[in-house]
Write a protein that binds this ligand. Structure first.
Ligand code: URA
Length: 220
């Protein structure tokens, strides 16, 4: 009998794929070949962080969506457009930020009969596996402030007990991957888009803007 080999994705860690001493461009290139968890199999491509590499603010979302998976850039779909509008309204220039996700591959199921790709939330195991990429991005960008967009980003950065409703719109100070970080959690922009009706959507959007204003003030 031949010895059983373990595929890298079965080990659920991106660590072996993250080059030491790399700059962001080299990290992005290496991330394109990541097989640190099984999500790479069905996704079109790795969606690495993008934006100003010396940004004062880093925005962390959940995972790429359908559009991001096709285009290879974070937050280019409907949630990203809403986020850009909310950031600008709060006084943060979206073009000055670095934007990334806790998980770098799109996780989805297919719906019958049109076989549309439906977003599926990443598991804690997948988030943890992808963590070394986020840690490397944080170490290189060294943002003054991290805006945490929703529960997945919160769990990836602050631990599995994170609840966005308990801390949204506040400035948290935590040690993350050996660095003292300031973070402002808020809801994920997709949750605004999912609101039941116009009135709820308006209120959810105003809540997001108001949390982002806390981030803008913390940046000074
Ligand atoms: N939602 C996210 O969390 N990230 C993206 O890049 C797009 C949608």
């Amino acid at each position: 009998m031949s010895p059983r080999t373990t595929a890298p994705e079965d080990q659920y860690t991106a660590a072996p794929f993250v080059p030491e001493g790399a700059d962001l461009a080299a990290l992005r290139e290496a991330a394109a070949d990541c097989r640190g968890c099984p999500l790479h199999r069905d996704a079109t491509q790795t969606v690495f962080g993008a934006g100003n590499t010396h940004a004062r603010v880093m925005l962390v979302g959940e995972q790429p969506g359908d559009q991001e998976d096709r285009q290879g850039r974070p937050f280019v779909g409907p949630a990203g457009k809403l986020l850009d509008r909310a950031l600008a309204e709060a006084g943060i220039d979206p073009g000055e930020a670095y934007v990334t996700n806790a998980v770098k591959h799109f996780k989805f199921t297919r719906s019958e009969p049109r076989k549309r790709r439906i977003h599926k939330a990443p598991s804690l195991r997948e988030m943890t596996a992808c963590g070394p990429w986020l840690a490397a991005e944080l170490a290189l960008v060294e943002p003054e402030l991290i805006v945490v967009l929703g529960a997945t980003a919160g769990k990836a950065l602050l631990g599995s007990s994170f609840r966005v409703g308990e801390v949204r719109g506040t400035v948290l100070e935590r040690e993350i991957h050996g660095r003292a970080e300031r973070l402002v959690p808020t809801v994920h922009p997709s949750s605004v888009l999912r609101a039941q009706d116009d009135e709820d959507r308006k209120a959810a959007y105003q809540g997001l803007v108001s949390d982002l204003k806390v981030a803008a003030r913390a940046l000074g």
